[in-house]
Design a protein. Structure first.
Length: 196
């Protein structure tokens, strides 16, 4: 076969970590794998418009037309300024945060049922800047907090919030055999094991 082989395109939402599976893919296959960051708000769009073959998505996601394998849970944490009172505790509850001004960026991964939001919509980077200034607190999955870590902020687990899940999604009607190979890698199959 002449020419370049088209890359398998794997989208990943902020905080998801495709590295270990991408490394295994590259160890086993010559086919290129392209990693594509996606926003949580539109995390499945690339699957539907054909610009992605697979995506690591944060649940919930609209499941119509998609296969989905739940992969792992993410612990919610509160991100606070380094000198915030919360830092004296190992972990907190939503009750502990009841009087705090909540910063809720559009891609936070957490939607509180009842809260007064005192800030306009903003990006995660902007939200962390607000937190670092001591003006509010931010609740996100731990992976997102680690990704946006700065020296002037820290985080603590919030024990009474549900975890979020990361899953692998692809179109039901996409029969590219490389997708099945990638699923095998994610599920821990060895090179010699069969798909059966």
């Amino acid at each position: 076969m002449d020419g370049m082989v088209e890359a398998l395109r794997l989208g990943f939402v902020t905080g998801a970590t495709p590295d270990k599976w991408a490394t295994r893919w590259r160890e086993r296959r010559r086919d290129p794998l392209q990693l594509v960051p996606v926003e949580q708000a539109g995390q499945a769009l690339g699957l539907h418009d054909g610009s992605l073959d697979l995506a690591l998505v944060r649940l919930p996601v609209e499941r119509e037309g998609l296969h989905l394998i739940p992969l792992y849970d993410e612990q919610p944490v509160v991100v606070v300024a380094k000198d915030h009172l919360v830092t004296v505790a190992e972990e907190v509850t939503t009750h502990d945060l009841a009087e705090e001004q909540l910063v809720l960026p559009h891609e936070s991964g957490w939607k509180p049922e009842v809260t007064q939001l005192d800030f306009p919509p903003m990006s995660l980077r902007e939200a962390v800047e607000v937190v670092a200034a001591g003006t509010g607190v931010l609740v996100v999955p731990m992976s997102v907090a680690r990704l946006h870590h700065r020296r002037d902020v820290t985080f603590r687990p919030v024990t009474d919030l549900p975890t979020t899940k990361i899953g692998l999604a692809w179109l039901v009607d996409n029969d590219d055999p490389r997708i099945q190979d990638f699923i095998g890698i994610v599920r821990g199959r060895t090179e010699r094991s069969s798909r059966g």
